[in-house]
Ligand binder design. Structure first.
Ligand SMILES: [Zn+2]
Length: 308
């Protein structure tokens, strides 16, 4: 089954749609998941911010989202994401298939592999200091309340990912899926770029001009708040994952660049709506063309990992 981190606009095009609630050992995903069929292929949709858009980027339950897809049998994920441009030649309205990320987020629970020595597994000693009592109480609360950025929730002791693993991240995106998205966008005559680098910032605030100029000067291409840890968690779960960035505007650091005309809010919204229509078309084309049963190195990502 193919999984898409996408919004509600898709369901009306699908057959046999059902809404499922999935529980995972990492808590609930952002929303219920819609599963439907398109040309006989099953597709699952999950809006990463929820339909009510009540998860800001730093609070999205990334682990539960990926674990829910895994539980449903999703083998391939396509992740459209709104992004800003850091390069004059990548214009609002363009689409960008990323092949690298640079992570500037902090404090997010970014691995399934916390090992078995997590403080949750320590016995509470009667001699423990006040501070360590607080830590254990906080973790216990987190386990009851579900996942949060501050206190990652651990899987049960017998889980296969209750281990230590160092996974390769040199090529974090699935080559097959990325190439397929690029080809489809090209065939639809959409303005599309490939093999670009996305900088991921923590948000929810945008970058200062100084930060944005620094990112542009590194020759990084687009900027976003959700690609990390979503991409690498998918790899840890051995699911193919590809991202397509929908460029809404130029980032702050490009202001004043003589090659760039200032963008108004009206233009941003117009671009956003047009982008949504185009990406919808592209995704249905991808669903049509995708080889769901294809074996991919992504499905064996843990074979190459150092595990103990
Ligand atoms: Zn793959």
């Amino acid at each position: 089954m193919l999984g898409i981190f996408g919004g509600s606009g898709f369901y009306k095009f699908l057959d046999n749609v059902k809404e499922v609630e999935v529980e995972t050992e990492f808590g609930k995903p952002s929303d219920k998941i819609f599963i439907g069929e398109y040309k006989g292929k099953k597709v699952a949709f999950l809006p990463r911010h929820s339909r009510a858009h009540n998860f800001p980027p730093h609070k999205i339950p990334y682990k539960a989202n990926i674990a829910a897809f895994k539980k449903l049998g999703v083998r391939q994920i396509i992740a459209p994401c709104a992004s800003g441009s850091l390069a004059p030649n990548i214009k609002p309205g363009d689409f960008v298939v990323c092949n690298q990320f640079v992570n500037f987020t902090w404090g997010r629970d970014d691995t399934f592999f916390h090992g078995s020595s997590h403080p949750r597994n320590y016995e509470i000693s009667t001699n423990s200091t006040k501070d360590s009592d607080n830590v254990i109480a906080r973790l216990d609360r987190a386990i009851q309340d579900g996942p949060s950025v501050d206190s990652p929730v651990e899987p049960a002791n017998n889980s296969w990912w209750n281990k230590v693993a160092h996974i390769s991240c040199a090529e974090p995106y699935c080559r097959y899926l990325s190439d397929l998205i690029f080809e489809v966008c090209q065939n639809l005559r959409m303005p599309v770029h490939k093999d670009k680098t996305v900088v991921v910032i923590n948000g929810p605030r945008f970058s200062t001009k100084g930060e944005s100029r620094f990112f542009s000067e590194q020759d990084w291409d687009v900027i976003n708040m959700t690609q990390y840890p979503e991409a690498i968690l998918a790899r840890e779960a051995e699911i193919c994952y590809a991202a397509v960035a929908l460029i809404t505007d130029y980032d702050a650091g490009l202001e004043g660049n003589p090659d760039i005309k200032p963008v108004t809010l009206d233009e941003v919204l117009k671009v956003f709506n047009e982008n949504n229509e185009k990406i919808k078309k592209a995704l249905f084309e991808v669903i049509d063309k995708i080889d769901e049963n294809r074996d991919c190195p992504c499905h064996k990502a843990l074979e190459g990992a150092v595990i103990s």
